[in-house]
Design a binder for this molecule. Structure first.
Ligand code: NCD
Length: 315
């Protein structure tokens, strides 16, 4: 049985297979509308979410399956003191696959040690968010035609932004990628990402503070929200939240084919006048999210693609 806890749980080849399947689903979703008949997805969300939970549920329904779950720790037995291990054992009796979001780093990994069904990490604290990473890669590949030899700028909260950590870990596996990390000093990428990922892979990266100076050098810009819920001190959040605001004016400095990604929700880091620019790719990410999560659920459940008859993941 396979889980998706960390983006590197899938080999590079498996990652590309899932992206290819998501592209085939996008081309004609109706072919896949009954491949998940009789299967159930449980969404266990101990942290707020709009997109991730609803898009997992929409994906399962689009495959012909059904969903159950809770949205908020206060709706679960966590309030009574139940452990993640017990919850994973129990929900394994109710569902064929589980998507879990938790404020504590490592909680979905722990669940995967006790579950009898595949677990998808739908975000664990400031750590990882691997299904969002697959969506980001699908969107970058659609916009740029490749996942290698790209200069990618990550801007905003690079310390707590789990989508950034997962995407960097995945993109270093493709040759020739270079990164600009644009953040205030307090929100720089974590040391472990530098030591465990960037240095060992000999990736070229620059840590900078100026968005306008950096924008002309980029093939892709990945904006992020300052992660209010992970700050200990509200004053620090208020001081840092407005540091980077992408406007239509600043976008004039960028290449005409530089997509702007954002995992959403946006607060005020991208002004509304950017939405009409053809480079705004964040609503494509939302749409791709459903197809990608359909592909992911199929892969982890071992459901072959009816078109190619191929099962993607080996056990
Ligand atoms: C992100 C997350 O939850 O990490 N949102 C999402 O899943 N699309 C980004 C964020 O909350 O800022």
């Amino acid at each position: 049985m396979r889980h998706l806890i960390d983006p590197l749980d899938f080999t590079k080849e498996e990652t590309l297979w899932v992206l290819d399947l998501a592209d085939r689903i996008k081309a004609d979703p109706s072919i896949y509308s009954h491949v998940g008949d009789g299967k159930k997805l449980a969404t266990l969300f101990y942290e707020p979410s709009t997109r991730t939970r609803l898009s997992f549920e929409s994906a399962m329904l689009s495959l012909g399956g059904q969903t159950l779950g809770f949205a908020g720790a206060n709706q679960s037995s966590a309030t009574k003191g139940e452990t993640i291990a017990d919850t994973a054992r129990v929900v394994s009796c109710y569902a064929d696959i589980i998507a879990m979001r938790h404020p504590k780093e490592g909680a979905p990994l722990r669940a995967s040690m006790y579950a009898k069904v595949p677990i998808i990490n739908a975000g664990d604290g400031g750590h990882n968010h691997p299904s969002q990473t697959l969506i980001d890669m699908m969107t970058i590949r659609q916009r740029k035609g490749r996942l290698d030899h790209l200069t990618i700028g990550f801007c905003g909260d690079l310390k707590f932004g789990r989508t950034v950590h997962s995407l960097v870990n995945s993109l270093v596996r493709f040759p020739g990628n270079a990164f600009y990390f644009i953040s205030p000093d307090e929100l720089r990428v974590p040391e472990y990402l530098v030591e465990d990922t960037l240095k060992p892979s000999n990736t070229t990266y620059h840590e900078v503070t100026d968005l306008e100076e950096t924008i002309p050098k980029l093939d892709v810009l990945y904006m992020t929200r300052v992660q209010k819920e992970r700050f200990f001190n509200e004053e620090d959040y208020i001081r840092l939240k407005g540091t980077y605001i992408l406007t239509a004016d600043k976008l004039k400095l960028a290449a005409p084919d530089m997509p702007v990604l954002h995992p959403l929700p946006r607060v005020d880091e991208i002004t509304l006048d950017v939405d009409d620019d053809s480079r705004a790719a964040y609503f494509d990410q939302v749409q791709n999210g459903v197809y990608l999560r359909m592909a992911l659920i199929m892969s982890l459940l071992g459901i072959p693609d009816p078109q190619t008859k191929e099962e993607i993941l080996s056990c």
